[in-house]
Design a binder for this molecule. Structure first.
Ligand SMILES: [Zn+2]
Length: 344
């Protein structure tokens, strides 16, 4: 059942009034109190264009997991069947929509986080030989908290520790050994032969699942920041912030998802701050992961992909000129990207 533009606008107007709803940043969803569980701001009605997985007026509650898959289902759910516009018995549509919306069914978003203690003897630092080799400047130390345990906590000797901060609270940390991956691998293979302690490249917090965390989340200002760059790791965020001078730029921020994928909770966290445009900045070699993540983001945001020409380089390796070139000439829509990567 295709709705006309004026029918769609009428329905959006009526739903907004009925549910006291607000559009999200990209205008692709109406956000309201859930009619089922009563949770404020967790219930979304999709009002964007039809996509592979989304149909206009599907709805979903990120708190209780309640979903509706058709306009008819939505209007029944909110108790306003009188708003139904066209004849409704459409068996094909019903069959189609359960296939269109497979991930949302029964799904629940849990974004609750506990506060995490940093390793004992952690102290913030404003200069560090290892971070110097990775290009850290004075502004980086000021803007991004990082520290060490200064040799007082043997588990963290030779690590730098980055707290992960969410609405001002420490909700996790990433600690990175200061040796290169090659040095660590060499050491560990020596240990395998001769005995001794293996070195872990990362020794991270374990309390909150990392799928619920975003690095540099507090740089995304609710209702103000409209564009974010999504990267894989902390060093990408720091490099982009330095090279694109994002420190004081409230309209744009870089965040990291800790890997080449984004979770529903991370999407929800960005959507709830009103982000409109997402620039996907995963490493150039991650073509399949980029396509998949772009599809997932596309239902909630305007999505552009930073097409890094040299697949071996990440944001730390790229010069300011190369980065400027990517942002002015190589931002692709998901469709363009798909086409280009088939041809290459
Ligand atoms: Zn609910």
């Amino acid at each position: 059942m295709a709705l006309s533009q004026s029918d769609t606008e009428f329905l959006i107007r009526e739903l907004t009034k009925e549910l006291d709803a607000k559009p999200d940043g990209a205008g692709k969803n109406l956000i309201a109190r859930c009619p089922c569980c009563g949770k404020e701001g967790k219930y979304g009605i999709y009002i964007g264009k039809q996509t592979v997985r989304k149909k206009p007026f599907m709805s979903h509650c990120f708190s209780c997991g309640r979903s509706t898959y058709s306009l008819e289902g939505l209007l029944d759910f909110i108790g306003r069947p009188d708003l139904m516009i066209a004849p409704t018995t459409d068996l094909n549509a019903k069959l189609g929509t359960t296939l269109l919306f497979p991930l949302e069914e029964g799904e629940e978003i849990d974004d609750a986080l506990g506060i995490v203690e940093l390793p004992e003897f952690y102290r913030r630092c404003f200069t560090h030989p290892y971070l110097k080799t990775r290009g850290f400047t004075y502004d980086d130390y000021e803007y991004f908290q990082v520290g060490s345990t200064r040799g007082l906590n043997f588990r963290y000797d030779d690590y730098v520790i980055f707290p992960i901060i969410d609405r001002g609270d420490i909700v996790g940390y990433v600690s990175r050994h200061t040796w290169s991956k090659d040095e660590i691998d060499r050491h560990n293979s020596r240990v395998r032969r001769k005995g001794g302690y293996r070195i872990l490249r990362f020794r991270n917090s374990t309390e909150n699942d990392f799928v619920k965390l975003l690095y540099n989340y507090d740089a995304v200002k609710e209702g103000v920041t409209d564009t974010i760059i999504i990267t894989e790791g902390i060093f990408d965020v720091v490099a982009l912030t330095r090279k694109k001078e994002l420190y004081d730029n409230e309209s744009m921020a870089a965040v990291a998802t800790f890997g080449k994928k984004i979770s529903r909770t991370q999407i929800y966290k960005l959507q709830s701050k009103g982000v409109k445009t997402v620039i996907l900045g995963y490493d150039g070699d991650a073509v399949e992961a980029i396509k998949k993540t772009a599809d997932e983001l596309n239902a909630y945001f305007r999505v552009l992909i930073a097409d890094i020409p040299d697949a071996k380089k990440d944001w730390e390796d790229l010069s300011c000129d190369e980065i400027d070139d990517i942002f002015s000439h190589r931002l692709r829509t998901p469709a363009e990207y798909r086409l280009l990567k088939v041809q290459e």
